[in-house]
Design a protein around this ligand. Structure first.
Ligand SMILES: [Mn+2]
Length: 370
């Protein structure tokens, strides 16, 4: 018996300004949709007995019609192939207000699709296999459910959980509603525990791991492998399947302190020249740059080096000089960028991120003028 462990697919995710030339849709939304289809192509080719989706199927609580149809199409494909799938609600799928209801309810109507979105522990049986699923819920309730989670008499028993754990190298995503639990809550008697929430593939305990996301959803994920796991319960063998993604590079940080403009310009150009730009998403971080030095840089020629990139983010952290009045343009640039970076990383419900972005930038611009 083999299980596929997938998660954090975030269908409907959007970022940056670039739109896809064919469809006019946000390029990153198209990328995530493509990654989602590739994921299901791979699963159908591998033919596991059960698929476990460990949460954050959609990027938002109220997915767009477009995101819904992308997901629906792949779930129907899996249903036709008679491969069952359990969908666990994560923190991006759990409404903060009860009245919002869960979009997961709709999927109950598809044969072989088992959405799990209400509090407590849910037990699902697939022949010899028992799956116990713990959706995102109130922390106290979740801890209690995990405490009483014991092995029964099934040949194979696995768990599904969407949460963060303390003691990992990078354990917080900084989201307001994320859960951070003690690793001791993970029952080591289980054959496998499929975790969702962190976007990097990583092992937590001998039997518990994160499969990560299927695309790089923030610069903190640059350079990570993306894909999923197949676990053979009988042979106790784990297979990691890597999926193709759009290349993402985070360059630097370069420290600008004590450098002159010409020297820094060359250093930044060299850094940008060190990676393949065509179709990539690139960030270059420059720290401790005095505002005068920042203003003397030729930003346009740096941008020209990344002409073929899907997105270039130049992140200048301006040195705070206590005795001088900070340049207005430098402050504006920094705040502008700060806001866009922040927005690209937070879940937004019900309204378009692009609208928020435009309005936010307008407010910042107006504020600076005043
Ligand atoms: Mn996630």
């Amino acid at each position: 018996m083999r299980i596929a462990h997938i998660g954090d697919t975030h269908v409907g995710f959007t970022a940056y300004r670039r739109s896809d030339p064919e469809t006019g849709m946000n390029q990153r939304e198209v990328d995530v949709n493509d990654a989602f289809v590739r994921l299901f192509d791979s699963i159908i080719a591998k033919r596991p007995d059960v698929v476990l989706h460990a949460g954050d199927l959609f990027d938002s609580v109220r997915p767009s019609n477009r995101a819904m149809s992308v997901v629906l199409e792949q779930l129907l494909r899996l249903s036709d192939e008679k491969i069952p799938i359990v969908l666990l609600a994560g923190n991006h799928s759990t409404p903060r207000l009860k009245e919002t209801g869960s979009v997961f309810r709709l999927f109950e109507h598809i044969k072989g699709v088992y959405p799990v979105y209400t509090p407590g522990a849910h037990r699902l049986e697939f022949g010899d296999l028992l799956v116990t699923a713990f959706p995102h819920q109130d922390k106290d309730k979740l801890v209690e459910a995990l405490h009483t989670w014991k092995r029964g008499k099934h040949r194979y028993e696995v768990g599904m959980l969407h949460a963060g754990f303390q003691g990992l190298a990078r354990y917080s995503t900084g989201e307001a509603n994320e859960l951070n639990l003690q690793q001791s809550l993970l029952n080591t008697d289980m054959d496998y525990i499929a975790l969702g929430h962190f976007h990097e593939m990583q092992q937590v305990t001998d039997n518990a791991r994160y499969c990560g996301s299927i695309e790089h959803l923030s610069f903190s994920e640059a350079g990570e492998h993306k894909g999923y796991f197949i676990y053979d319960l009988e042979r106790k063998k784990l297979e990691r399947i890597d999926l193709r993604t759009r290349p993402m590079f985070s360059l630097g940080p370069i420290n600008a302190k004590g450098k002159d403009a010409a020297q820094l310009q060359v250093e930044l150009s060299d850094a940008l020249g060190s990676v393949q730009m065509d179709g990539s998403i690139v960030r270059l971080v420059v720290n401790d740059i005095p505002s005068a030095l920042y203003r003397s840089l030729d930003i346009n020629s740096l941008r020209a080096l990344a002409e073929k990139a899907v997105h270039l983010e130049l992140s200048f952290n301006i040195l705070q000089e206590s005795n001088s009045v900070q340049s207005r343009s430098a402050t504006f640039e920094a705040m502008d960028r700060e806001f866009e970076t922040y927005l690209s990383g937070v879940p937004v419900e019900g309204v378009s991120k692009e609208q928020i972005r435009q309005r936010g930038l307008e407010y910042i611009r107006r504020g600076m003028e005043e």
